[in-house]
Design a protein around this ligand. Structure first.
Ligand code: ADE
Length: 421
């Protein structure tokens, strides 16, 4: 056993991205193992703009497992955390750190407790899939601390049990979650279709839509939809398999028109299932619908899609532009219709990759105020503006998968106390 008299602490810090599904996961065939009724495909988002950082620590001085999220202590008692902890602990192996004089045997892990400190670099309650990045990081960091030897596919099956879409956050680039057939979920795992460099022309703009509405959680929405929708099984069995195959081909061949048509129609199909639920679920709001209208009109005017849109279980729009030039035009159109309040700093209204703002020729609010109406808006009809309907924008791109941060100064827990810094 590691020397109990020494109050040593061993730590690992990991960073994990979030992801946005372009073929949606909606509906479970097993609630407790989180097994889906269809395959799904996602794009991993650049962790520079949206990610979770998690430090996990172990020490004989810890008397129980504890967790902090965004600087507040939270309970680890929920099933999602307990399942992931149990699965990782049961696969723990010997760990030796000669420099620190620490040796932990396989058996020791049964009696050692962990501290977990996690931080999202984006708002946690804004409907930006924080639980996907969060649970993926939880599993990835603990697996490394406990010297778990499983490959990323196996780890994805563990992360899946914490939050379904978390399994897709274990890879960068373009990722498929195979629904699997086994009752124990062992083949319900994520695989990488292509890495983030494969299609690096794509630019992603997220409109974080203001919403006072209390939304139906995706867990509850999914359950109610499976129980009451007459369309959901048809989509899962008859529609999604072809959509998945077509999306895989679109990604493989950089076929943006097919990619965009599939992503938009899959998103609309998912929201149609929500409307087919009893009582109906409305995740999108008027702002979401206006953004769809604006993109559809633009794509039709161009004769070929320039921008794809997709909406998860909330009103935020995720817009994928075919390249940087289109992304700059997109930002101009969005800022024309959804301008910031005059006293807002443009830098805090458009966050993430600022170079898109530069490409769009927008340095400050006065440039936004001077934007001409987008093509297609008639001179004699005043263009409609919806100030305040978008909280802010995030410009990003396809990004890498999880990494371990070796630099100890980046750890969220103190190496002396094992408590948040
Ligand atoms: N849920 C939302 N964010 C999370 C995080 N960073 N870690 C664990 N669970 C989360």
């Amino acid at each position: 056993m590691a020397d109990q008299s020494k109050r040593w602490i061993l730590m690992t810090t990991a960073q994990t991205p979030t992801n946005i599904a372009v073929i949606k996961y909606w509906g479970k065939r097993d609630e407790s193992l989180i097994l889906p009724i269809n395959d799904s495909i996602s794009v991993t988002l650049d962790p520079d703009h949206l990610c979770t950082t998690t430090t996990v620590a172990v020490s004989p001085s810890f008397d129980r497992d504890r967790m902090w999220l965004n600087k507040k202590e939270i309970s680890l008692s929920s099933d999602r955390y307990q399942r992931c902890l149990r699965e990782i602990r049961s696969r723990a192996n010997e760990v030796e750190d000669e420099k620190k004089g620490i040796k932990i045997t396989k058996k020791d892990w049964e009696n050692l407790h962990v501290h977990i400190d996690s931080y999202n670099n984006f708002p946690t309650a804004a409907g930006l899939a924080s639980s996907a990045a969060g649970l993926a990081c939880f599993v990835f960091a603990l697996a490394r601390l406990m010297n778990v030897k499983e490959d990323l596919g196996k780890l994805s099956a563990i992360a899946r049990q914490g939050s379904g879409s978390a399994c897709r956050s274990l890879y960068g680039g373009f990722v498929k979650w195979n629904m699997g057939k086994n009752d124990d979920g062992s083949d319900s795992i994520a695989v990488q279709l292509a890495d983030e460099k494969h299609w690096d022309d794509l630019v992603i703009v997220i409109a974080v839509v203001s919403s006072q509405q209390k939304e139906t959680s995706s867990t509850a929405g999914m359950r109610e939809c499976v129980e009451t929708s007459k369309l959901i099984q048809y989509r899962a069995k008859e529609v999604v398999p072809k959509q998945v195959a077509d999306m895989e081909a679109a990604i493989k061949y950089h076929d943006f028109p097919s990619f965009a048509r599939l992503a938009c129609s899959d998103s609309n199909q998912f929201h149609a299932l929500c409307l087919d639920t009893s009582p109906p679920i409305f995740y999108m709001n008027d702002t979401s619908h206006r953004i769809i209208g604006c993109i559809e009109k633009w794509n039709r005017a161009e004769g070929s899609p320039q921008v794809a849109y997709t909406f998860d279980a909330g009103p935020n729009a995720v817009l994928i532009a075919r390249n940087r030039k289109v992304a700059a035009l997109l930002l101009q159109r969005l800022l024309f219709h959804f301008p910031p309040h005059p006293d807002t700093d443009l830098d805090s209204y458009v966050t993430g990759d600022k170079s898109i703002l530069q490409d769009a020729g927008l340095k400050d609010i006065t440039d936004v105020e001077a934007l001409p109406p987008p093509p297609g808006i008639k001179d004699n009809i005043p263009a409609l503006k919806y100030m305040g309907d978008v909280s802010y924008f995030i410009c990003t791109r396809p990004g890498r998968g999880p990494v371990i941060l070796g630099d100890e100064s980046l750890a969220l827990l103190s190496p002396e106390t094992g408590l948040p810094k």
